[in-house]
Design a protein around this ligand. Sequence first.
Ligand code: PMP
Length: 351
Amino acid sequence: MKNFDANKWARPNIRDLIPYSSARDEFSGEDYIFLDANESPFNSGLNRYPDPYQCELKKSIAELKGCSENQLFLGNGSDEAIDLLIRCFAEPGKDRILSIAPSYGMYMVCADINGIGFDPFLLNSDFSLDPPTLLQSVKPETKLVFLCSPNNPTGNNLDEGAVRQILESFQGLVVVDEAYQDFSAKPGFLPLLEQFSNLVVLQTFSKAWGLAGVRLGMAMADPSVIAYLNKVKYPYNINQLSQDAVLKAIGEVDLVEKKIGMIVAERNRIMDVLQKMPGILKVFSSDANFILIRVADAGEVYRGLLDKGIVVRDRSSMPLCDGCIRITIGTANENKLMLEALVELVESNSL
Ligand code: PMP
């Protein structure tokens, strides 16, 4: 069991912060006359502030994820958790974060917004991770390491042994972003929470749960780390409509599993078709709900598909992603139209 001391690693002003205390922090309960929060007394179903700590929802998510409620932070998307982790544990103008590259762009943007140095660490050309070299790239000012598994935009899982090596040797927080884990056949990193108090796992309701519009993300970590995120979040960061929508979705988990099964089956089928398609130089194996492919001219393929009404993501400017296009898995019909459009581009020699 690794002993990460959150108080020692927290930004000093955040460690010393006296957080805002809302009316609902100071008194909660039912069957009272609430005249304490300057709310409207006229019941519309939404006239009251939502529970600031989302107790009912957290109970339900904790059960689903097999963690305890004090190991769970809920944010306005996992983007909020990324931002708050950086804000709580890195000091502007002094500290740095390190992130694998290529990966999700918000790690760098949040570092930039917060005045935190950003060090990209290049994956191997097959997008695997080399822990000894990563650990050598860590500077004395590096407070957090961001990993992403399955990684965006590459689609691959990170090797468990490699992540363990980083958790064991890096003294600061290791964030593993698992936004796409629900699509993966391999186990994620949640079981390691009991062994590593410097591990933070991020997940979201935006992808497999089909609730991107709701904005609900999760950070799961040691209670001492979660307490810091709760200390700095906006008092009512998850609105009532979102809390209700996620509770309802969790009650219908079978439906979600069915949809995940459909997307995974489509992903595997499309990977096979693309592998046989002339003009596609490489199809990277994916454990997510998207596939990264390499073509000779990504810009031309992007524009060619757009002309046919299909929007994909040109990722060719990202490190190691020369000629790469990222295609999200859609419905069977959308995927059929996408594949037909690619074939037309091959036949017209655009590919
Ligand atoms: N992490 C990764 C790896 C992502 O790709 C995304 C969204 N594209 C997010 C986090 C953000 O998720 P959310 O909608 O929960 O903010």
